[in-house]
Design a protein around this ligand. Structure first.
Ligand SMILES: [Zn+2]
Length: 87
């Protein structure tokens, strides 16, 4: 049938790992994947929660906000984690 979506074709090898909450002493796994370069896979900023100008993913364990921002990387707009705000 169709190819598994978890195997995107990339020009170079990029290591991907599950993102962890940036909260100090938390480190809960979030349902997001990021590369070694700190970039999130996919246009995750499009599905992030919004609060004014901020885009973030809330941690289910500590309730903190893992802020994300858009950055230009190799000519493409990508998103990356920009910081953390405790609950
Ligand atoms: Zn957390």
């Amino acid at each position: 049938m169709s190819e598994p979506a978890s195997n995107p074709t990339k020009k170079k090898e990029i290591k991907v790992h599950v993102m962890r909450c940036r909260g100090e002493g938390c480190g809960a796994l979030l349902a997001l994947e990021e590369t070694d370069e700190g970039l999130l896979l996919g246009n995750m900023i499009d599905v992030a929660e919004r609060d004014g100008d901020l885009a973030f993913f809330r941690c289910r364990r500590c309730g903190g906000r893992n802020l994300v921002e858009e950055v230009e990387f190799e000519g493409k707009m990508r998103s990356r984690v920009a910081g953390f705000v405790a609950a």
